[in-house]
Design a protein around this ligand. Sequence first.
Ligand code: NAP
Length: 297
Amino acid sequence: MSLKLDGKKLSLEIEERLKNYIQINKTIANRNPGLAVIRIGEDPASGVYVGNKEKACSRVGIKSYIFHLKDTVDQKEVEQLLNKLNLDNDIDGMLLQLPISKKFDEQRLISNINPEKDVDGLNEQNIGKLVKNEPAMRSCTPAGIINLLRSQNIEIEGKKIVVIGRSLLVGKPLSLMLLNLNATVTMTHSKTINLNKICKEADILIAAAGKPNLIDSSFVKEGAVIIDVGIHRLKSDESKTRLCGDVLLEDVIPKVFAYTPVPGGVGPMTVTMLLVNTISSWQKQFGLSSTLNDLQP
Ligand code: NAP
């Protein structure tokens, strides 16, 4: 029987550790860790994601500061807020909830975030350090995937890993993190020729294409590990919707050694790694014990 890589269960276990860590260390720091989340506009999905982050923070003892800006704000006003938060000693981590309107220069906004508070790991300085394999804030979804693999002692070093997708949010940082962990990585994308054949060679196949049910069992080697990053809400009948990923799971599961479900696989780990990054910034600021270091990719 295939092994389910249960991100929900693992994230609850990690949250318990984080909660204890904060409990023990908050008297030394004299305050709880703080995370600022900036949301612009009324995109409903962003509202749900921000709400989930807020709830996760409160479960472990991180104080969250939510800034919900109207979509009439301009680039300068957002930059001013980011600069203010950079200087705020109660804020250890901050992030800009994406996507934002095309009228903003997104990368310039992210560049304004102090790299030490950049809990999404998207600032150029943090990406540069990832390329150089130096310690820095790492982006959450890739870091969560690595923790999921490690939780079941799935070897990364020396393995052939194929990543489908090359976005700055998932595919690229994930490929670099796996390369830094000595995997042999192939990064694929929409212009890749013969994707099926390349995927079939993978010991670990990671789908982050954002295309529902793109990957069926014909893409997967017998006994491989499959990680599904995609998340899509499909209408099943007139009133109901259901979530699915990039992988046609019912077709793939009988063939693989291990798989991540959707929902309950990669998604919960992404939020958990945001908490880990915020606490790790707090830890550095106050010189606290480094007992959470094993959670870093
Ligand atoms: P994205 O920015 O749209 O990037 C998608 C990537 O997949 C691109 O590099 C694209 O190639 C490639 N691609 C698209 N169609 C393909 C195909 N048919 N064959 C091979 N490659 C293909 O998306 P993203 O931000 O990386 O997110 C990917 C998915 O993960 C989405 O479903 C998103 O909702 C989900 N996600 C989930 C989490 C989580 O926590 N679970 C977090 C982040 C994202 P090109 O570069 O050539 O266009």
